[in-house]
Write a protein of this length. Structure first.
Length: 86
């Protein structure tokens, strides 16, 4: 579960007007997806319970980070139409 974050101060359109912000959200989300997919695969393949727990922690962290990215996107006013992913 992603932590509750305070809204970003200032008008939402300021951050959205920078095209690099939309691209950065897209790139960050892609990298988090790679981390999530590989950690889930690793978790499913591991037999050792200690390592399985560690892989599960990576999965949880990746899911929380994805949630934070989504929160940030909403806070700065980036919509799904601004970036054709997530």
């Amino acid at each position: 579960m992603a932590p509750d974050l305070a809204p970003v101060p200032g008008p939402a359109h300021d951050a959205r007007s920078a095209p690099d912000v939309v691209s950065l959200f897209h790139r960050l989300n892609n990298q988090l997806g790679v981390i999530l997919a590989n950690s889930e695969l690793l978790e499913s393949k591991l037999a050792d319970e200690v390592h399985k727990v560690r892989a599960a922690q990576v999965v949880t962290g990746a899911l929380e980070a994805i949630g934070i990215v989504q929160h940030l996107k909403r806070a700065v006013g980036v919509t799904p139409t601004d970036n054709h992913s997530s």
